[in-house]
Write a protein that binds this ligand. Sequence first.
Ligand SMILES: Cc1cc2nc3c(=O)[nH]c(=O)nc-3n(C[C@H](O)[C@H](O)[C@H](O)COP(=O)(O)OP(=O)(O)OC[C@H]3O[C@@H](n4cnc5c(N)ncnc54)[C@H](O)[C@@H]3O)c2cc1C
Length: 506
Amino acid sequence: MSSKHTSSQGASLSRREALRLMASGAGSLLVTLQSGSVNASPATTAEVASQDWDYLQRRLTGTLVPRGHETYQTTRQAMIWNARKISRQPEAIVRVANEADVRETVLYARSRGLKVAVRGGGHNWSAPSLRDGGILLDLSGLNKLEVNVDRRMAAVQPGAKSGELAAKLSPLGLAFPVGHCPRVPLSGYLLGGGIGWNSGAWGPACMSVKGIELVTAKGESIYADAQQNPDYFWAARGAGPGFFGIVTRYHLGLYPLPKAIRTSTAIYALKDLERVATWLPELARSLRPEVELICMLVTPPNPLRATERVFVVNATAFADTEDEARTWLQPLEDGPATFAIHKELYVDTPMSALLATLDNAFPTGFRYAADVFWTNAAPIDFLARVGDAKIAAPSPRSILLIAIPPVPPPDAPKPDVALSMIGGAYVGAFGIWENADDDEKNIAWAREITARMEPVTIGYYVGESDLTVSANRARRCFAPANWEKLQRLKKKYDPEEVFYSFLLAA
Ligand SMILES: Cc1cc2nc3c(=O)[nH]c(=O)nc-3n(C[C@H](O)[C@H](O)[C@H](O)COP(=O)(O)OP(=O)(O)OC[C@H]3O[C@@H](n4cnc5c(N)ncnc54)[C@H](O)[C@@H]3O)c2cc1C
């Protein structure tokens, strides 16, 4: 069955005719097609002739790399931050230079029945921006950051990174709940919810998004906030790869920079893990929302000369005075810190230092297999469930990370946004290794932890979960009503499925 492009005037022509006309430079035809509805099945490589890519390239300020081009494979691989490259192959990669390029690409894709996959900075562990077929639209070139100190607002383009925003804000006495690692791009981070620094007090980062500029599936630029286009605004706060538009700018509310950010760390031998894990809920309850509690099972830093893995308990107080920070961190010192093998208390850790520490833990250039779960089980219970796998990671760099957010008061209002899956503890299995030969056993380690955690997992974090693990994984990143609403909105605002949605299990 040959598919048809239908213009708003009702005239129709076959895809072959349309391509031939466009290749001959009939630009006005494209305008007609763009303004009309399109009923086309996805085009194949053979159908999208190379001269057609030339047509799109002429309309772009940025660059287009079609499949088969000599730089295609290196460009494709550079799209993914993880050194473990995924083999999925888009038909073309468009690296945009401005917002007009975004619109042009959407209109072009729509007119050809091609799908568009969006890339902010390529950090997502499951690489949903790399698809087989379609156009990969790379937004990393849009990376401007503007701050309005008086209004305490920032306007950020998607390619800007967490560390860049923090570095711009700190000297101005301002802050934002940026991602824990400096290279994390704001693009997908904000869209997935954003569990960043001091989110106990400031909330998930998406809750500080006040408005967005976006390009719709029709190729139109619009603005969305609580009043205008509220469905887009609802979805942009937590839908992650399920969003049905392309965000080109986020408007963010900012916070006064806490003047005394201090961190206390206690490191325990594994023989004491049970005792420490039993104490963790009590510790979490005694901490204020402005104190972030992160624990990690890791291979210890060299100076400790420990031979086995250790359990690190780390609390950061986002306080305004030294006294305040010391009081807030006191519960860490009062607990089993007395038998820690190493302690560092009340260390001055400005935002730049916090970000640098996590950058070292999650270095660039390594191979990763990651998965992140929410659980309401007590740490002692889920650690017992994970069993030996928590210790016997094939790579010494791998990390089992536990973050315990502050318990919200029972009467705390639940915000009506797409982000809807948060539990008592965030547990992340991060396999980190160097050689491709070790892929199988390291991926198996992360999957083993996923499987062992499953009975106590209430859901997954869409920003960091491995969406390829099972067919219902994306669904389990949302409360049922939010998932249903997201599906409904996707159908309403992207009926022709111009945009890819969640990546599903292979
Ligand atoms: C080292 C490291 C540290 C991390 N730390 C944290 C952390 O502290 N907290 C946290 O919450 N997460 C963290 N993450 C996860 C991170 O937030 C997500 O992977 C996020 O998707 C990264 O953004 P990105 O722009 O690189 O996403 P990409 O991989 O580029 O995009 C992922 C998907 O998001 C969608 N998307 C991205 N940008 C847009 C846009 N502008 N418009 C429409 N759709 C878009 C697309 O569907 C795309 O396929 C971390 C990841 C890494 C690798």
